[in-house]
Design a protein around this ligand. Structure first.
Ligand SMILES: Cc1cc2nc3c(=O)[nH]c(=O)nc-3n(C[C@H](O)[C@H](O)[C@H](O)COP(=O)(O)O)c2cc1C
Ligand SMILES: [Fe+2]
Ligand SMILES: [Fe+2]
Length: 398
């Protein structure tokens, strides 16, 4: 059965989600499922804004057919070619042969890569600032390269003042019947909005800043992203968050301690560091075992916390593998501007501290807090003193 929602007089949400989806894009755990948004404009011309992932394709088609009420689709606006929104393009072309695909030139190349043909005769190519009139509405297109793919463009409805923001301003999680930010407690979703942003688009802060500048020049009443809920009342709130995240400005004076441990001794050191920090008044401390917490949560908190302590055993003369993955992923996500501390462990030739320092030094503007603590197998009185000193140095640097 169809399940759609009216946004206003002319716009309808025809998206869908599912709690059965547990991994998004083969990578990210989504314990609350995932939602995929698609929007339908019924003006003199009928416009579909993106499709959905084929995983929820059946529901989407039911929604679409119901809302079209026998009408044709005149335009399909393709914001970018990621299959979580585009897997049904071929199906749409097949079902609605009169339909034109509104996209930019880069998108057209990718349509060919994915579907074997570029539908050139069915395409309306648009570029920066181009407009499309649909009757009562005028849509204007702005390019947003790398927010999240190179060909991304957003659309702005000048009549209703709606920004179709592609993947920007999305969240992980499937909705529980609500669609607007006024119907939910936004602060409860902030963690998943952050984890979504930092992991999906976090690497491209500069490009996100460019999009925010373009958006600042528009009068926006609604932001309709491709995942999650529609932003209305909380637009200033989420734009401010995006500003912080995209400028890699850690929002909180906080210490994230990430550790790996085989037998528990390195974990013991990490817990003692956390405990000493809290005892000395730093309450904003989080502790993550790199083998127990998916790295997407660690990446998200790295954007939130001003300080990161890396605590790792030596592993085949290297960094503990899962810890190494976390640091590589931080580097890949352009994480920068942090104060960092290191604790290493090793039973015969501790070397993980040096290796972690080398890796972290490849990231921008990371300030090392000394001393680096070395443990040989299990913490002794000297190691305990060193952690005490490190705690004080971390606090001094806050
Ligand atoms: C697969 C493996 C490889 C290791 N490689 C090294 C090494 O190259 N150098 C070293 O000093 N210790 C090495 N160790 C020993 C651990 O680093 C050491 O026992 C450490 O104290 C473990 O801390 P934990 O109790 O937190 O697991 C290795 C241990 C394992 C399981
Ligand atoms: Fe995307
Ligand atoms: Fe997406």
């Amino acid at each position: 059965m169809y399940c759609t929602k009216k946004i206003n007089e002319d716009y309808t949400w025809i998206g869908c989600g599912s709690k059965k989806i547990s991994i998004f894009e083969g990578m990210y755990p989504v314990p609350n499922g995932m939602s995929y948004n698609s929007y339908l404009l019924k003006d003199e011309k009928t416009v579909l804004f993106d499709t959905v992932d084929k995983i929820v394709g059946e529901q989407f088609l039911e929604n679409l057919v119901y809302e079209l009420k026998g009408k044709n689709i005149d335009y399909l606006v393709v914001s970018h070619m990621e299959p979580d929104h585009c897997s049904l393009i071929k199906e749409m072309v097949f079902r609605y042969p009169e339909m034109k695909i509104v996209c930019n030139a880069k998108t057209q190349t990718m349509i060919k890569q994915f579907f074997g043909e570029d539908y050139q005769s069915k395409s309306v190519l648009v570029g920066e600032g181009d407009a499309l009139n649909t009757g009562r509405h005028t849509l204007r297109f702005y390019m947003a390269p790398m927010v999240h793919w190179p060909e991304v463009m957003v659309a702005y409805d000048e009549t209703d003042k709606i920004l179709f923001s592609a993947d920007a301003f999305g969240v992980f999680g499937s909705l529980d019947g609500q669609l607007f930010d006024t119907q939910i407690e936004v602060s409860k979703w902030l963690g998943e909005a952050r984890r979504y942003y930092t992991n999906i688009v976090g690497k491209y802060g500069t490009q996100v800043q460019m999009l925010l500048k373009k958006a600042a020049a528009l009068d926006i009443k609604l932001i309709c992203p491709l995942h999650g809920f529609i932003w209305t009342k909380c637009i200033p709130y989420i734009v401010e968050k995006y500003n912080k995240w995209s400028s890699y400005d850690a929002c909180e004076k906080a210490v994230m301690i990430v550790y790996g441990s085989v037998y528990g001794h390195t974990e013991n050191a990490a817990q003692i560091l956390a405990s000493k920090l809290v005892d000395k008044g730093v309450n904003n401390v989080v502790l993550y075992d790199v083998s127990m917490t998916h790295l997407s949560y660690i990446i998200a908190d790295a954007y939130r916390c001003s300080h990161i302590a890396f605590v790792s055993p030596t592993y085949n003369n290297e960094i503990f593998t899962n810890m190494e993955t976390v640091i590589y992923d931080m580097k890949a996500h352009n994480i920068q501007n942090h104060k960092v501390a290191f604790i290493e462990n090793g039973s015969w030739a501790p070397n993980s501290g040096k290796k972690m320092k080398e890796l972290v030094s490849q990231m921008k503007n990371m300030t090392v807090i000394e001393p680096m603590v070395t443990i040989k197998s299990a913490l002794d009185e000297k190691g305990l003193d060193d952690i005490e000193t490190l705690t004080d140095e971390i606090i001094k640097s806050m």
